[in-house]
Design a protein around this ligand. Structure first.
Ligand SMILES: [Zn+2]
Length: 216
């Protein structure tokens, strides 16, 4: 039975690497995939992983009907044996419905990869719709780690290393960003709640204010 599978996780948990691995394994068996992405770090029409692998993909437009795109592709006599949707958190809820229809009406497996929650720890609309519709949800457990060493479960947005909790839901940036730019950092829930990034933790450790007071 074809399935809609949602591979979810934090930033930096290896989602795109797994998407590329799935693509590689299937193309090695002679299967052809339709690969959708949106706002990939490598630029338009690319699916890239942090480990340096990259493949061409279809950049999804905000108003694109993904079901209609597949039907058109197939009706032109071109092949698609399965579908990969990377950065699926950036898709509109209706586009997730269209992917479910690709599974049900076209009989194709759809593998969607996305970040579950945004920098305020709220569900992205696309991810919410995937949680509602997916046949199966796989939570990726590649050990993305908080600076404290705990498993990172939350995405923080940073400006100059300081965590921010207001702003537009989608601002494209990346981990390891230059100091004053919008960046992202994965944190454990404790440090996400305390808004303590690696940079602010380092600053706090150097500050005399927080040295333990001797009771003498
Ligand atoms: Zn932590």
């Amino acid at each position: 039975m074809p399935e809609l599978v949602f591979f979810s996780g934090t930033m930096d948990c290896g989602k795109s690497t797994l998407a590329l691995q799935i693509e590689h394994n299937r193309s090695a068996r002679g299967l052809v995939g339709m690969i959708f992405t949106r706002n990939d770090r490598a630029g338009e029409g690319k699916l890239s992983s942090r480990l340096g692998l990259v493949t061409d993909a279809v950049e999804v437009a905000a108003d694109q009907d993904l079901y209609a795109s597949l039907v058109e592709h197939l009706s032109q006599g071109r092949r698609a044996d399965y579908v990969i949707a990377d950065e699926a958190q950036f898709l509109a809820p209706e586009q997730i419905d269209q992917l479910a229809r690709v599974v049900d009406d076209l009989g194709l497996d759809v593998y969607a990869f996305g970040i579950t929650t945004d920098f305020r720890s709220k569900l992205f609309p696309g991810s919410q719709r995937l949680v509602e519709l997916a046949d199966r949800i796989e939570v990726l457990q590649v050990e993305a780690l908080c600076w404290c060493g705990a498993r990172a479960t939350h995405n923080a947005r940073t400006i100059g290393g300081e965590m921010v909790v207001e702003g537009a839901q989608v601002v494209v940036g990346d981990v390891n960003q230059a100091a004053d730019e919008v960046g992202y950092e994965v944190l454990c829930r404790r440090h996400h709640r305390r808004r303590m990034t690696a940079a602010t933790a380092r600053a706090a450790a150097l500050s005399p204010d927080v040295l333990p007071v001797s009771s003498g």
